[in-house]
Ligand binder design. Sequence first.
Ligand SMILES: [Zn+2]
Length: 122
Amino acid sequence: MKKKLKCHCGEVEAEINLPENDFSKLVKCNCTICKRKGVIMSMVKNEDFSITKGKHRLTLYQFHTKDAKHYFCSKCGIYTHHNPRSNPAMTGFNVACIDDVDTFKFKDISINDGKNHPLDKK
Ligand SMILES: [Zn+2]
């Protein structure tokens, strides 16, 4: 099933191919950036996520080890997607950017312990 993701102003659009016809897992994360964003995310393989409009509008934000890539729309500021440090072959995305998704109806949201990232352990 294909889903369309859109930032708030509509400059950035992406197409997501959901292999299971549903979100594999809904997650919130407690790392320093996700804590601030407070978004509910899900994940697909990189090949199942493609920007269809407004690539030039996206801004890349990186911090700490600069492995993860966090993207947001430079016009409306909405986080659209990211490639996590723990698995760059995957794309995490903002499920609230999908029009027919009501994130307030979600009941089963996992918490990802990004605060204690496995790659930060020595
Ligand atoms: Zn926008």
